[in-house]
Design a protein around this ligand. Structure first.
Ligand SMILES: [Zn+2]
Length: 246
């Protein structure tokens, strides 16, 4: 194997930092897109739930109307009976018959009142359900509108970022070519370890830009000299300074 010409550390660091910046952009795209499909899915689930709820409420209301109609019919029937018994009272032969009919009339009147009360109470239940239905219907309209917005947002993000992401991947592959395998492996390993995917970080306010632990002044000087690859002693990230950004 031919002896490879040693690449200056500064170049390596520069290449790593460039790669990190490209990868950060790719991450950003993935994050934006990663949340939108989930939001759209959640909204679709919510809408399904609302539709089921509305269907149930509509069924309940239809049933309730029938129940109220039944109570009203029972009330009318009782009233008719009252009239019937009162007519019969006009033709009674004795007091005993009259009294018996009076009792029947009393019962029928009670029955009529009871059914009237039942119908009234039920109307209150129905009105609560009616309100719930109206709320759900309004809610579904809002959600549908929101879903439409989110869906078009997602479509936009996908169409907007598809080519950008492709381009960035190309750039990342290109940048990787100028970094030796051993360093790349280290870089990828650190990236995998951290949720934000940052393996190369700058000095920020005298601290590591990854874990924010303080970097001693002497070490900061070494980092700025670009003579060796320096890792943060706390988080293991590769430390660089802003001058490598270009
Ligand atoms: Zn650190």
């Amino acid at each position: 194997m031919a002896v490879q010409k040693e690449i200056p550390v500064e170049e390596k660091l520069h290449a790593l930092f460039t790669l990190q910046q490209i990868d950060a952009k790719i991450n950003e795209i993935k994050t934006i897109r990663g949340e939108l499909p989930m939001e759209v899915r959640d909204l679709e689930d919510e809408l399904e739930g609302l539709k089921t709820r509305i269907a149930h409420l509509e069924q309940d209301l239809a049933d309730a109307e029938q129940v109220i109609a039944n109570y009203k019919a029972a009330k009318k029937e009782a009233e008719a009976q009252v009239k019937k018994y009162e007519k019969q009272q006009d033709n009674v032969k004795n007091n005993r018959e009259f009294d018996a009919l009076s009792k029947e009339i009393e019962m029928a009147k009670l029955e009529s009142q009871l059914n009237e009360k039942r119908a009234k109470d039920y109307v209150e239940t129905v009105s609560a359900k009616q309100t719930a239905l109206e709320e759900a219907q309004k809610n579904i309209k809002d959600k549908e509108k929101f879903l439409k917005t989110k869906k078009s947002e997602l479509d936009n993000v996908i169409s907007e970022t598809e080519s950008e992401e492709f381009e960035l991947n190309e750039q990342a592959n290109e940048a990787r070519k100028s970094i030796e395998e051993r360093l790349l492996m280290g870089y990828d390993k650190i990236r995998r370890n951290y949720k934000n995917g940052l393996a190369v970080v700058t000095i920020q306010r005298d601290a590591c830009g990854g874990c924010f632990n303080r970097i001693p002044p002497q070490r900061q000087i070494e980092i700025r000299q670009h003579r060796k690859v320096i890792l943060c002693e706390h988080c293991g990230r590769i430390l660089v300074d802003e001058s490598l950004a270009q």
